[in-house]
Design a protein around this ligand. Structure first.
Ligand SMILES: [Zn+2]
Length: 304
């Protein structure tokens, strides 16, 4: 079975009119996955909420309090493009909780999970919300796996079109964690240069020029991503799966198709039998639906 970790509560994080990170994104992913012919292989799970203590595996107390207070005061923008609505703190706890549930499902049940949650996380820094992200779901999941669950080595692969500055900055401090990102360059948020290799040679950044597609990505996987991840021998591999490098995405400038994200997923399943795949960005509704379905079908096919 493959777990799809999702709750309709995620639709209630209100970013305001015209914001690209909108509830319809998740509806598109859900609808896409529901079109898969293998519904009997999917287990839909309502996520728990992360606790403030779990958030503080990564975030400063001041940041957690700041998000909570901002939401309680009725909402506000945490930075130029990161709005918070009154419900957002509680929903963000669930969004992180969904990733932690994904860690539990892998460790306790040896099952892959696909997390469809929002707000996303990979731009959130230890002490700062940023780029539509409040808490860094992925970095918290990695730290939870190591500090709470006793996993020895974790690797994160981030194929969102944007560099995951927050995830890198948190993970690079820990010699038991590795971070690898493929992203459009130069582009938001400005980090992710090739020379950023981490405090423990545990970071691999692969900046790609605008317009890159199948050839550039497959070549990067073959020559760089897979050798790096293989040499790291992670017990747990987490994918920060943004779909904004897809062909029609309004924010990204890349040329990927659903079948390419499916192939990336197959590559990762050669490294480890189970995956935690979590949604980050992706802003074209049709592409989100098709890419989510394609990735889910690879996970199902592998589990069968
Ligand atoms: Zn993105």
């Amino acid at each position: 079975m493959i777990n799809i970790i999702y709750t309709h509560r995620f639709l209630q994080h209100d970013t305001g009119f015209g914001h690209p990170e909108r509830p319809e994104r998740l509806k598109a992913c859900v609808d896409g996955i529901k079109k898969s012919p293998h519904q009997d292989q999917l287990r839909w799970i309502e996520p728990r909420s992360a606790s403030p203590v779990e958030l503080k595996l990564v975030h400063s107390s001041a940041h957690v309090l700041n998000v909570r207070n901002t939401a309680e005061r009725g909402g506000y923008s945490m930075d130029a493009d990161t709005p918070v609505s009154p419900e957002s703190y509680d929903i963000a706890l669930r969004s992180t909780g969904a990733w932690l549930d994904g860690v539990d499902r892998i460790i306790q049940h040896k099952e892959s999970s696909f997390i469809l949650s929002r707000p996303p996380g990979h731009h959130a820094e230890a002490d700062q919300a940023m780029g539509f992200c409040l808490f860094n779901n992925c970095a918290i999941a990695a730290n939870y796996a190591i500090q709470v669950k006793g996993i020895q080595r974790v690797a994160v692969l981030d194929w969102d079109v944007h560099h995951g500055n927050g995830t890198q900055h948190i993970l690079e401090l820990d010699p038991n964690m590795a971070y690898c990102s493929l992203h459009q360059w130069p582009y938001y948020p400005g980090t992710g240069a090739e020379y950023e290799t981490g405090d423990h040679q545990n970071v691999l950044n692969i900046p790609l020029t605008m317009g890159s597609g199948k050839n550039e990505y497959y070549s990067a996987f073959d020559k760089k991503v897979l050798p790096f991840l293989k040499s790291w021998e992670p017990e747990l591999l987490i994918i920060s799966a943004g779909f904004d490098a897809s062909q029609n995405d309004p924010l990204g400038g890349m040329q990927l198709l659903p079948e390419h994200f499916a192939e990336f997923t197959r590559y990762c399943l050669e490294l480890t039998p189970h995956l935690l795949v979590g949604l980050e960005g992706g802003y074209d509704l049709n592409d989100l639906a098709a890419c989510s379905r394609a990735v889910a079908e690879v996970l199902i096919e592998h589990e069968r």
